[in-house]
Write a protein that binds this ligand. Structure first.
Ligand code: CA
Length: 271
């Protein structure tokens, strides 16, 4: 008998979708989907300020887009850079004072030949791992309701109806220390990840999210998720990024022709 280890090359396929919803006049969400980095940001602040903050956050990740390799330090630096850009903008333009944003995402990192996911978040935008019949939340929200759950004062099932469910406890541009929390785990063939703003999770239960994700390619699943959030009321901006890790042998013509594989245009890096 022999044993061994084979490192399998995985190919990423992804899709993304965003919608302003039916209540808000502006879409203050922003996203970047450009392997090896995938990010969503949910802007906070009145008027156009939230929109600016989330855009600045996403732009700080643009230098990592399409790079062959990124590290945890690169991701943390991008988050820190985003925070600094937002503060600098708010100082230069007082109409945007106190703006902020969540940021949450996934980067592909390597340990030797082993591909891993690095999930990270500041605020209450989330990263999920999709398993056959379960949605596993990877990130832990920085929110008042999460603190109440952690201290045993609120049941998790009551969080989405709590009056202070929208209050985040860590945000870029607002918190003194906006360090992201990070989780690293091996990437497996056939795995699917979901990154989303709370416009998705406040409209849909886990089983409804799973239903929208079922048996679709990543670009189709992303569109289906946003459509489902709108069907349920679309009371907030909603943004999703869906990422599949496919065995390279499975990346047939059918999947490689997906319409959203390269994501939206990548914002130009700023000096
Ligand atoms: Ca939101």
């Amino acid at each position: 008998m022999t044993t061994g280890k084979v490192s399998v090359a995985l190919t990423l396929q992804w899709g993304s979708a965003t919608n302003v919803g039916f209540v808000r006049s502006q879409n203050q969400d922003a996203f970047l989907a450009a392997a090896p980095v995938f990010v969503v940001a949910d802007g906070l602040g009145g008027h156009a300020a939230g929109e600016i903050a989330s855009r600045l956050a996403v732009e700080a990740f643009a230098p990592l887009a399409y790079r062959s390799e990124v590290t945890r330090a690169d991701v943390v630096r991008a988050v820190t850079d985003a925070h600094a850009r937002i503060l600098a903008h708010a100082e230069a333009d007082p109409t945007t004072a106190h703006m902020g944003t969540t940021v949450s995402g996934v980067a592909v990192v390597w340990f030797g030949e082993a591909m891993h996911w690095l999930a990270f978040n500041v605020g209450d935008s989330r990263v999920y791992r999709v398993e056959a019949d379960r949605l596993m939340q990877v990130t832990v929200d920085h929110s008042e309701v999460q603190q109440l759950i952690d201290s045993g004062r609120l049941a998790a099932e009551d969080a989405e109806t709590h009056p202070r469910r929208n209050v985040v406890t860590r945000a870029l541009g607002i918190s003194r220390d906006p360090t992201p929390d990070c989780w690293v785990f091996p990437a497996d063939a056939g795995e699917r990840l979901l990154i989303c703003t709370d416009g998705l999770t406040k409209e849909l239960r886990d089983d409804e999210i799973l239903a929208a994700l079922a048996e679709a390619t990543a670009p189709v699943a992303a569109e289906q998720l946003v459509a489902a959030a709108l069907d349920h009321g679309g009371r907030d901006n909603v943004t999703v990024v869906v990422i599949d890790a496919l065995p390279t042998s499975q990346t047939s013509q059918e999947t490689s022709e997906a319409d959203d594989r390269t994501g939206p245009p990548v914002p130009a890096p700023q000096s």
